[in-house]
Design a protein around this ligand. Structure first.
Ligand code: SAM
Ligand code: SF4
Length: 439
């Protein structure tokens, strides 16, 4: 009987994508994925270190792995990803039941470990390596794929642990990416999301340099790729050619995720984001000029050290001015080894909470108002499956990245024309226009 594995993923899309690679690699080694840890010969965690809440969740899960390892010492317990990288060899001291630990760039090392004769010895791999893009992948949906275009980040945001866990930025060669997009299209993929910590600085380390907008045009030209997305760009590198590409390239969707982090130029400076409130708003104005209907979403941190009531008010002011379609909001979490964790003027927790509540209220109110512009429109929806709330309905996504629940007859992977009947801050509801389907 084949050996089995169980994999739990924490954190961002990059990690979810890394997990697809881990799964693809394990499939190739003849391992079978199972739904419970009890059934698994190999228990894996792909970890995140971005905030403390993720650490706490992981430690709970590790407790279960420890118990299962005790029950059957032949089980292998592996920890990959950023949290593992940030602890390095300490992983084995703190969690002696762990057999193999590796960082985000070292997924192939997991296979090396599983194939080695020394399964009883602990093994850790923490050197940075270039992106392991050629690994097989197990995609969640056959018509959607992620493509990692770069690894690491050259920015030095003072709150962020990523540069120390994922290393300096390395872009994958353009020809490899185009070939990968062609192979994905031939395999039935219709939507690709390009991934990187700072996607729009892509290609600066390549010789000759390749601007991100050029990469977008090359992927757009691949036959069969009908939707193209990317995340996350950095506002400092959001140049006009990239914004214009959203108006010019047929597959590039009308959605830009533009992380704000703070609306106060003083705080942005302490965060080392290298843009001011004004420069950020100028980028937004340029987006609105070239792509008036573009959905704009963002990431915001509240309670960064030294954030005063006035600084926070400026964040709220930017939220009111930009009118985001949605926003991920985070309470600042001090991360070991980052400069911001050492700042003396930490904001007390109750103040952070209160600001978070006010921010979420504003974000939700505006998102609901913004979503009303879709009501009455017919929109193209890429069908992803059954609705999560009503199994008789379908669920899909618009080019603006809005989730739509609708009644209709389309199949997963189809594009449906859907008339939007109502909208909340997070989802749209509608009905498939069957006339459009017949025509
Ligand atoms: N590279 C991307 C960028 O710069 O926008 C995303 C990095 S991170 C995976 C996603 C988000 O987590 C960041 O945009 C930021 O809002 C948030 N984040 C990162 N470090 C944080 C910290 N120490 N505390 C709270 N939120 C944090
Ligand atoms: Fe972290 Fe800043 Fe790099 Fe994003 S741009 S990964 S927040 S250092």
């Amino acid at each position: 009987m084949s050996r089995t594995y169980h994999l739990t993923t924490f954190g961002c899309q990059m990690n979810e994508h890394d997990s697809e690679r881990m799964a693809g690699m394990l499939d190739q080694l003849g391992y079978r994925r199972v739904d419970s840890r009890e059934e698994a010969d190999v228990i894996l965690f792909n970890t995140c270190s971005i905030r403390e809440s993720a650490d706490n969740r992981l430690i709970g899960h590790l407790g279960e792995a420890k118990r299962l390892k005790k029950e059957n010492p032949d089980r292998v317990v592996g920890i990959g990803g950023c949290w593992s990288q940030s602890l390095k060899d300490e992983v084995f001291e703190r969690f002696p039941f762990v057999d193999v630990a590796f960082g985000p760039g070292q997924i192939p090392k997991l296979a090396e470990y599983l194939l080695s004769d020394s399964l009883s010895a602990q093994m850790g791999y923490f050197d940075f390596e270039s992106v392991s893009g050629s690994l097989p992948m197990r995609r969640e949906r056959e018509f959607q794929a992620w493509m990692q275009i770069s690894q690491g980040c050259n920015c030095v945001c003072s709150y962020c642990i990523v540069p120390s866990t994922r290393g300096r930025e390395v872009s994958r060669p353009t020809a490899d990416l185009v070939a990968e997009a062609e192979a994905l299209a031939a395999d039935g993929v219709r939507e690709i999301t390009l991934l990187g910590q700072n996607v729009n600085s892509y290609g600066r380390d390549l010789r000759p340099r390749v601007p991100f907008s050029e990469l977008l045009a090359m992927i757009d030209a691949v036959d069969g790729i009908e939707r193209l997305r990317y995340t996350s760009p950095h506002p400092k590198d959001m140049r006009e050619d990239v914004i214009r590409a959203h108006a010019e390239l047929p597959s590039l969707c009308e959605h830009i995720h533009l992380p704000l982090q703070s609306g106060s130029s003083t705080i942005l400076k302490r965060m080392r984001r290298t843009y001011s409130q004004q420069r950020y708003l100028d980028r937004v104005a340029l987006i609105r000029e070239h792509v008036p209907d573009c959905a704009i979403t963002t990431d915001i941190i509240v309670g960064f050290p030294g954030e005063t009531d006035d600084d926070f008010q400026q964040t709220l002011d930017v939220v009111e001015q930009v009118r985001y379609d949605s926003a991920f909001t985070f309470i600042f979490s001090p991360r070991r080894g980052t400069d911001a964790a050492e700042f003396q003027d930490q904001v007390p927790h109750p103040v952070k909470r209160e600001r978070m509540e006010r921010l979420v209220d504003a974000v939700q109110r505006i998102a609901t108002e913004r979503a009303q512009r879709f009501v009455g429109r017919e929109m193209d929806v890429l069908v992803e499956g059954a609705s999560r709330t009503d199994p008789d309905k379908l669920r899909g996504r618009t080019r603006h990245n809005k989730t739509v629940n609708f009644s209709g007859v389309a199949q997963p992977g189809d594009f449906a024309r859907v008339e939007i009947m109502s909208a909340t801050s997070t989802t749209l509801a509608g009905e498939e226009s069957l006339l459009a389907r017949l025509s």
